[in-house]
Write a protein that binds this ligand. Structure first.
Ligand code: NAD
Length: 343
C-alpha cells in the first residue's frame, strides 16, 4: 500500500497530537510542516522527521507530491486555508470549528464539493469508543441530557454534533435556549453559558447545558445521559466511561478506559499512548477514517456538511437566547438554503 503523504498546517498543540497519531495510522505519513511562526514548523520537522518546514502554507498546496493536509490553526483561519487546499486538489483533515460564520462555512463546503476532495472535520468524539458503545446500547434515546464546561466557541460544537448527528436520528425541528455572559468568555458571542432544549421530528428531546469555566471534577469536562424507555446510558469522564443502567439491575459498567489520562501531570510522556490507537476521544480514529475514505473513495463519517450544520445549530441557540423565542429550525435553515446533512 502506497503511503498517503500529508502536510501539517498549524504546528501547535493539536498539530502535535495529530502528527503523533499519524505515526500509528496505517499508510499515512506527515512529511511537511507549515506554521505562520516558521520556527514552530522547523521544530516539528526536528522533532517528528519529514522533508521540509515553511512559514508559508501555500508551499504545501503547490507541492504535487502531497495527497492531503491537516489543518489545525483555529476557526478564523480554517475557511481560507481549506478553500486553498481544496482548489489545489488536496484531501483535508480540518480541526473543529469549521469557521466563525455560516457564510464562510458554506463557501468552504462549496469548494470542497466542487473539487471532489475528501474532507473530514475533527469532531472526534463521534468516533470515541465509549460514544459508539452508547449508540449501540441506546440507539434511539427519548431524552438526552448533556453538560459541558469551557468556552462555547471551543467546546459546544463537539457536544451539539453528538446530539444532532449521533444520538438523535430524526431531524431537528425547534430550538429554545436561555443564557448570558457569566464568566467573561466568548465576548464576540451573545452568551458564554446557556441552557438549550432541542426538539426532534420524532418527539425526542435533548437538553444541553454549557457552563463557562465552572468545573465538576466528578463529571470532568463533559458528560451525557441518554434516557430510553427502560434504560439510561451514562457517558462520563470525558467519554472514558460508558455505563448502562436499567430499571431493575445494578449499573452494568460497560466500557471503562483504563489508560493514563492525558490531562495528568505526567501526560507528556504518555501522550501518544493515550490519544493514539488506544485513546478514548477518537483522535486517532478520525485520521484512520480519512485515509480509509480516500482509499475507498467514500465520504468520511464527519463531513464538511456536518461541520457547517453544527455551526448552524449553535447559531440557532444564540438566536433563541437573543430573542427569547423558540426558533423554528426549518425556517431558520431556509435563510441559507442549506439543510440538515444525511445521517
Ligand atoms: N478536537 C480536539 O480535541 C481539540 C482540542 C483542542 C483544540 N482543538 C482545535 O484545534 C485548533 C488548533 O488548536 P491548538 O490548541 O492546536 O492551537 P495552537 O494555538 O496551539 O496552534 C495553532 C497554530 O496554528 C498556527 N497558525 C495560525 N494561523 C495560521 C496560518 N494562517 N497558517 C499557518 N499557521 C497558522 C499558529 O501559529 C499556531 O502555531 C482549534 O481550532 C481548536 O479549536 C481541537
Amino acid at each position: 500500500m502506497k503511503a498517503l503523504r500529508f502536510g501539517c498546517i498549524g504546528c501547535g498543540g493539536m498539530g502535535t497530537l495529530h502528527v503523533l497519531n499519524s505515526k500509528y495510522a496505517p499508510g499515512m505519513e506527515v512529511v511537511a510542516y507549515a506554521d505562520a511562526v516558521e520556527e514552530r514548523a522547523r521544530k516539528f520537522l526536528a522533532d517528528f522527521g519529514g522533508e521540509y518546514a515553511t512559514g508559508d502554507a501555500s508551499r504545501l498546496f503547490a507541492d504535487a507530491s502531497l495527497d492531503g493536509v491537516l489543518i489545525q490553526t483555529g476557526e478564523r483561519h480554517h475557511p481560507a486555508l481549506g478553500i486553498a487546499a481544496a482548489r489545489a486538489g488536496k484531501h483535508i483533515f480540518m480541526e473543529k470549528p469549521i469557521a466563525v460564520t455560516v457564510e464562510e462555512a458554506l463557501e468552504l463546503e462549496n469548494e470542497v464539493r466542487k473539487a471532489s476532495v475528501k474532507y473530514l472535520i475533527g469532531l472526534c468524539n463521534r468516533l470515541a469508543p465509549a460514544v459508539l458503545r452508547a449508540k449501540e446500547l441506546l440507539p434511539d434515546p427519548w431524552i438526552t441530557f448533556g453538560q459541558c464546561t469551557d468556552t462555547v466557541s471551543g467546546q459546544a460544537c463537539h457536544n451539539l454534533d453528538l446530539i444532532v448527528h449521533q444520538f438523535h436520528d430524526a431531524p431537528l425541528v425547534s430550538v429554545y435556549a436561555t443564557g448570558g455572559h457569566y464568566y467573561g468568555l466568548d465576548g464576540h458571542l451573545p452568551a458564554d453559558s446557556f441552557i438549550a432544549t432541542l426538539r426532534f421530528a420524532d418527539g425526542s428531546q435533548a437538553c444541553y447545558i454549557q457552563h463557562g469555566r465552572a468545573y465538576n471534577a466528578l463529571m470532568s469536562k463533559y458528560s451525557f445521559q441518554l434516557f430510553g424507555q427502560d434504560k439510561c446510558v451514562y457517558l462520563s469522564k470525558r467519554f472514558k466511561e460508558c455505563h448502562l443502567s436499567t430499571a431493575l439491575a445494578a449499573p452494568d459498567f460497560s466500557t471503562i478506559f483504563s489508560g493514563p489520562d492525558f490531562s495528568s501531570p505526567d501526560a507528556k510522556s504518555h501522550f501518544k499512548d493515550v490519544r493514539g490507537p488506544h485513546g478514548y476521544m477518537g483522535h486517532y480514529d478520525e485520521l484512520a477514517a480519512l485515509c480509509q475514505a480516500i482509499r475507498q473513495d467514500t465520504d468520511p463519517p464527519m463531513t464538511v456538511e456536518h461541520g457547517r450544520h453544527v455551526l448552524q445549530v449553535e447559531k440557532a441557540i444564540f438566536e433563541s437566547v437573543t430573542t427569547g423565542q423558540i426558533v423554528d429550525y426549518g425556517e431558520f435553515l431556509a435563510r441559507w438554503g442549506a439543510g440538515q446533512p444525511k445521517r
